[in-house]
Design a binder for this molecule. Structure first.
Ligand code: PHE
Length: 368
């Protein structure tokens, strides 16, 4: 039977003690059967609610109703009851919340013997991979590797490469200029390098002949992006200067490099071309590595694929680095430059250059 507060009719200390004892054993029992949060709230309100909680009733029925002389005795006991009931309510709360965290621990138990989750490993991007494969072919022939800044001066990108100011050859390189440089002399104006060729000049300024370098790097042109163009792309440049370097050396070097890169059965073909900084200049084609030269879609039925530009270093270029020992009466050299994306596309059969820049893992993971 649930505990209810009854009026007192005997105020003798022994009778008061008995009433207190009944109440305390009732609260102790009820506290013991509190099982969860909701239970506990009901329990707390039943005993402690201001309005009609058991303590309030005790106050009304025992203390307020007590005759004057008994009030002291009753008051002391009511205060004691208050403390005891509060303690029982607190203790019940403690008990259910600690059993709550135990069940949380149980449900969140971790099996540390399970195998972990593997993070997928990244891989080298196909463009960088192609670039380092090209560089490796030349390193094996004794070339060293150089690089230069992507923000370059007009002087190194054009003038020292024998593109005179306002020469129409500059128009073939759709240049992105750094804004706000109109007050500088033209040669000092900054631009995003349109090719890796300025590093030819940088390398010759840093090292007297003989020199053999390859220059992998990023270049920029104001091209609209489409399946074969990107405003940012990559080139590998090469330069060899020594005594008695001839066009034969150029042909032999590039023929070897193409065979090393695409396979020993490709053939190379040199076609007259023009670059301001090489004379004579040539474009190099290789036999189509898909059809072997018979003609297919990849080579547009010609059997040949155009891959790079090259030529003998123009004596006018040596003029700009003469003070470092480049005397065109004593030395000669050749240079070449190739687009890395184009070579990677041909090698892997990729038909859209934009795929290289979109970061789609489904595309990239094919090259792992
Ligand atoms: N720099 C030239 C280009 O970007 C390529 C090239 C390099 C040609 C070296 C000849 C010699 O088109």
């Amino acid at each position: 039977m649930a505990y209810t507060v009854r009026k007192l009719d005997d105020y003798a200390p022994a009778a008061l003690d008995a009433a207190v004892h009944d109440l305390l054993s009732a609260v102790g029992q009820e506290a013991g059967s509190v099982a969860g949060e909701n239970d506990w709230k009901l329990f707390r309100d039943r005993w402690m609610a201001r309005k009609n909680g058991i303590l309030t009733q005790v106050n009304d029925l025992w203390l307020k109703a007590a005759p004057g002389p008994a009030k002291r005795e009753v008051g002391a006991r009511v205060n004691q009851l208050k403390t005891e009931v509060e303690r029982a309510v607190d203790a019940a709360q403690q008990r259910i919340s600690s059993s709550g965290s135990k069940s949380r621990l149980d449900s969140e138990r971790l099996d540390i013997t399970l195998p972990g989750i593997r993070r997928p490993l990244g891989a080298e991007h196909p463009v960088l991979r192609t670039m380092s494969e090209i560089v490796q072919v030349f390193r094996a022939m004794g070339y060293s590797v150089a690089d230069g800044p992507e923000i370059e001066t007009d002087y190194l990108n054009f003038e020292a490469l024998n593109f005179p100011p306002n020469h129409p050859a500059r128009d073939t390189q759709d240049t992105i200029f750094v804004a706000g440089q109109e007050r500088k002399p033209q040669r000092d104006r900054l631009l995003l390098r349109t090719h890796t060729s300025p590093v030819q000049i940088r390398a010759m300024m840093a090292t007297p002949p003989p020199i053999r370098v390859v220059v992998p790097g990023k270049v920029h042109r104001a091209d609209t992006a489409d399946a074969t163009h990107s405003p940012i792309f990559h080139q590998v440049e090469g330069l060899a200067v020594d005594t008695n370097i001839t066009f034969c050396d150029l042909k032999g070097t590039l023929d070897h490099a193409m065979k090393a890169f695409f396979g020993s059965n490709v053939k190379t073909r040199f076609f007259p071309s023009f670059f301001p900084f090489t004379e004579p200049s040539a474009d190099v084609s290789v036999t189509c590595f898909k059809c072997g030269g018979k003609g297919c879609r990849l080579c547009k039925m010609s059997g040949w694929i155009e891959l790079l530009g090259c030529g003998m270093v123009d004596p006018n270029v040596f003029q700009f680095v003469k003070s470092n020992g480049y005397d065109s009466r004593k030395i000669s050299g050749f240079a070449f430059g190739m687009g890395v994306e184009r070579i990677a596309m041909l090698k892997y059969g990729i038909d859209d250059i934009q795929l290289f820049y979109q970061g789609d893992v489904r595309f990239l993971e094919q090259f792992n």
